[in-house]
Design a protein around this ligand. Sequence first.
Ligand code: HSE
Length: 381
Amino acid sequence: MRIAILGYGVVGGGVHALLRDGSLGMTVGRVLDRRVLPELGPLRTAKIRDILEDRSIDAVVEAIGGLHPALDFVHAALCAGKHVVTSNKEMVSHAYAELTNLASAHGVQLRFSASVGGGIPWLHNLLRTARGDRIRALRGIVNGTTNYILDAMGGGADFGDALARAQALGFAEADPTADLEGLDAQRKCAISASLAFGGAVAPDRVPALGIAAIRKADIEAFAARGLACRLMACAGAVAAGVYAYVEPTLVDAGSLEAQVKTNHNCIFLTAEALGDAAFYGQGAGRFPTAQNVVQDLLDIRDGLPASVPGTAPIPVRNGAISHRYYIRTRLPLPEGLAREAWGEGVATNPMSVAEAHALASRIRAEDAGAFFAGMGGGKQP
Ligand code: HSE
């Protein structure tokens, strides 16, 4: 099988390195990158046409990231009858139904196992569970950068220093706002929920709170109560739809979630027959992610059909679930909401996730330093 790689960055370069010796029976026939890369010799091109019109290329690995031009190139590759493998969570979450249906219409495969959980075989196993069981809920730490920061702050580190280290280690997105504001986790939540519940969950229907405003004082207030903070993506089945959201979440300091260290990811799945399962490992990084891309290529090479769950829109109903929140803001809270003082913040009475995220939007519009964390990610404190 001959492959073209679009984008020779962290993931694209990693895929090339894993395929280079030919031992997996696949050859890299072209690499598309805007940069001049002398080490690639004639393999490198800057023109997508060279790949689309090359009938010897069977599959395209999209590793450019972002929406454009990645989406345009993937669209064109599927229409040109080429299989596509991608780790691009922004593109997949944004165009899940469109690309899935396009691949089916052209009789080719679209695989994106590495778009959530980096190297962890999470989506692969999620699909296997979804096809033969009824999934109730999933929740997980799906962003390595924020986990690295929260873990380091739990050990006394400063936010800015921890972020700089995560960037230097190559976990953070080019613009780390996507990590810090929960948008990367939002995209991963939408993709996971779409596969789990057999339809399209749009990322902009998944409200996300991030950790950009967290302070040492918050972490200390949590530690004093035997709690740690983790950024969690949560989704589950409710009547006539799903709940789906991303928020900093307070977990017992002794819980499995709190033991997820550095840039690791851990995703928990609950299904009717399966019960509980957890998927833990490297959620980001060159070779973990690249090997998951290569696994998708091997499935295509071996002729395994891709599971294609439904693509009809699924409504998100976050009014259907409630839990308590920690809120720190200089603005007054609605009457009756606060239950007790926790350091510089308050712990609230239970409120629905829809209400909490709407309140957070209103408060953060006037107080950008406000911080919210949910208490619904497992054991209730
Ligand atoms: N920025 C992402 C993270 C990379 O930190 O998890 C992997 O998707």
